[in-house]
Design a protein around this ligand. Structure first.
Ligand code: PMP
Length: 347
C-alpha cells in the first residue's frame, strides 16, 4: 500500500530551475530590477523592530489597506502567501474528486499540478499563441474555469469587452462554474478585468506582488471576489499564512508603489521594440513582461550567458523582458539590434 494517494504517483513536480542560478535571469518573469534603496532600507528597519516570537498581527489591517487601494468592496479581498497558494485554496474549496477544471493550453505549468492534487481533472483548452474565446464555450460544464490574461507563456491578452460573452454564458448556466481569472501580469497589459468581479459573483481575480511590484521574494498574492465567496475562502485558509516579514514587505511595497511604476510603464515599449528587432525569430503578440519566441532561441541565448524558459514539446522559448541593457544583449545574441526608445513626451 502506498503511503500517498495513488492517483498522484505519476504527477511530475513543478519544474523549478536549478539553484544557484548562473547567467542573466530571463527565465522566471521576475521584475528586472530590485527595490529602490530607500524602500529596502525602510523594510530592513521594520524587520529589525519585528517581534520574532509573536504570530503576525497585521493581516487584517493590510488587507484593508490593499482593498482600499484597488477599490474592492468591503470584505472583497483575500491576501495569501502567493497567488499560486490562493489558486490552490480555490481548488481545495471548490473541487470534489473527479471535477473538471478547464485550463489554457499552453498555460502556466503549475496549473495541472494544482488541479490534480486537489482531486480534479484537467480539461486543456487549446489556445495556440493567441487567446481565442471560442474553445472555452465547450468548457462551461466544468466545475472551474481558469483563465490567464495575459496568458503565460504566450503573453496573449484579450480585453474585458472581448471576454464578456464567456463570463455572461458562464453566469447564465443553471449551475455556474467558478471562473478564476489569473491576472499575474495585468499591470503590463492595456487594461485590467477588475470591474467584472463586481458583476459576476462566480468570478474571482488573482493578483500577485511578484511581477510589477518586484516582490517575488516575499510571496504575496491576493484574490478579489464577491464578499460572500471571499469569506468562505478565508474560512478555509490556513491561519497566519503570510509571515510577519511578508506583511511588512507588502506595507513598504505599497508605500513605494509609485517608484515601481516607471519600470512597469517603460516595459511595453521595450517589449514591442525587441519583438520587432529580431530578424530570425517570431514573437507572439504579448501584453506581459515576457515574449514567446520561435524558433527556439534558447541555444543562442544560453550560449551568450542568458537563462530563458524552454517550452517542452514546442520549438519556442519564453524570454522575460529585462532592463534596456539586458534586452540589447538579447537582440544582439539573436542577430538583431534594438532601436533606442522614443523620447518621452515632456509633461
Ligand atoms: N500566475 C501566473 C500566470 C504566473 O505566471 C505566475 C508566476 N510565474 C503566478 C501566477 C505565480 O505568482 P506568485 O509568485 O504569486 O505565486
Amino acid at each position: 500500500m502506498s503511503l500517498l494517494r495513488p492517483d498522484l504517483s505519476d504527477l511530475p513536480a513543478y519544474r523549478r530551475p536549478p539553484e544557484p542560478p548562473t547567467g542573466l535571469r530571463l527565465h522566471m518573469n521576475e521584475a528586472a530590477s530590485d527595490w529602490p534603496e530607500a524602500a529596502r532600507e525602510a523594510l530592513l528597519a521594520r524587520l529589525r523592530d519585528l517581534p520574532f516570537h509573536l504570530y503576525p498581527e497585521r493581516q487584517d489591517e493590510l488587507t484593508e489597506r490593499l482593498r482600499k487601494r484597488v477599490g474592492a468592496p468591503e470584505n472583497g479581498l483575500l491576501l495569501g502567501p502567493s497567488s499560486g497558494a490562493l489558486l490552490d485554496l480555490v481548488a481545495t474549496a471548490g473541487l470534489s474528486a473527479g471535477d473538471a477544471v478547464a485550463i489554457p493550453d499552453p498555460g502556466f505549468s503549475l496549473y495541472p499540478m494544482l488541479v490534480r492534487r486537489n482531486g480534479g481533472q484537467v480539461r486543456a483548452i487549446p489556445q495556440g499563441t493567441g487567446f481565442p474565446l471560442e474553445p472555452w464555450f465547450s468548457a462551461l460544464d466544468c466545475r472551474q474555469i481558469w483563465l490567464t490574461l495575459p496568458n503565460n507563456p504566450t503573453g496573449a491578452w484579450i480585453s474585458p469587452a472581448a471576454l464578456e460573452p464567456l463570463l455572461e454564458a458562464a453566469a447564465a448556466r443553471p449551475e455556474p462554474p467558478l471562473v478564476v481569472l489569473d491576472e499575474a501580469y495585468a499591470e503590463f497589459a492595456p487594461a485590467t478585468h477588475r470591474l467584472a468581479v463586481d458583476r459576476y459573483p462566480n468570478l474571482v481575480l488573482l493578483r500577485t506582488f511578484s511581477k510589477a511590484l518586484a516582490s517575488a521574494a516575499w510571496r504575496i498574492g491576493y484574490l478579489l471576489g464577491d464578499p460572500a465567496l471571499v469569506a468562505k475562502l478565508a474560512a478555509l485558509q490556513l491561519p497566519y499564512s503570510l509571515t510577519a516579514a511578508s506583511l511588512e514587505a507588502l506595507d513598504v511595497a505599497l508605500d513605494f508603489a509609485a517608484e515601481f511604476e516607471p519600470a512597469v510603464r517603460a516595459l511595453p515599449d521595450r517589449r514591442d521594440r525587441l519583438s520587432a528587432a529580431l530578424p530570425a525569430h517570431q514573437a507572439a503578440p504579448s501584453a506581459a513582461n515576457f515574449l514567446h519566441l520561435s524558433p527556439d532561441p534558447s541555444p543562442l541565448l544560453e550560449a551568450a550567458g542568458m537563462k530563458v524558459r524552454r517550452l517542452p514539446g514546442t520549438d519556442a522559448a519564453r524570454v522575460t523582458l529585462g532592463t534596456e541593457t539586458d534586452m540589447l544583449r538579447v537582440a544582439s545574441a539573436l542577430g538583431g539590434s534594438l532601436p533606442a526608445p522614443a523620447p518621452r513626451p515632456r509633461r
